[in-house]
Design a protein around this ligand. Structure first.
Ligand code: ZN
Length: 147
């Protein structure tokens, strides 16, 4: 039930944004990627982009302070059923991203997506197939996928 609501929300958002299809995005990346044509460059840029995402989240916590992280050991127990686990297990996050941090993080996530797509292009993998396969896997595995 929840998944369907979430899917519909995404569909509505994508339609309202006039977002390009994954195929269009993948084609655009293919046309733009001149500087880092080598697979090795793409791999290293993808790693760097992932580190930049982590850095942007870290800066939201330590520089800006709009979000806070208060992590501790998760309290698992044998009696915890899956529905209760969703209530009991913590994200360790409080607050929400301010406008500046939200923009910074979206920029870094976009760069990450760009180089992930470039990697797909190099290896002849369709981005929409990656998402479809992962979606199907999540649908099949459900909550067990979160472990
Ligand atoms: Zn912030």
């Amino acid at each position: 039930m929840k998944k369907t609501k979430l899917n519909q929300r995404w569909v509505n958002k994508l339609e309202s944004m006039n977002a390009p299809s994954l195929e269009q995005f993948q084609q655009q990346v293919s046309e733009l990627l001149l500087r880092h044509r080598s697979l090795l460059d793409v791999l290293s840029k993808l790693g760097q982009a992932g580190a930049s995402v982590n850095r942007a989240v870290t800066k939201a916590i330590t520089d800006c302070g709009c979000i806070e992280l208060n992590a501790r050991k998760q309290q698992y127990s044998a009696e915890l059923d899956l529905e209760n686990a969703k209530e009991t297990l913590q994200s360790h996050l409080t607050g929400s991203l301010c406008e500046n941090c939200n923009e910074a993080l979206k920029t870094e996530l976009g760069r990450n997506l760009f180089y992930m797509t470039a990697l797909c292009n190099h290896l002849h993998i369709e981005l929409d197939e990656v998402i479809k396969d992962e979606y199907d896997k999540c649908s099949t595995l459900g909550l067990f996928n979160l472990t």
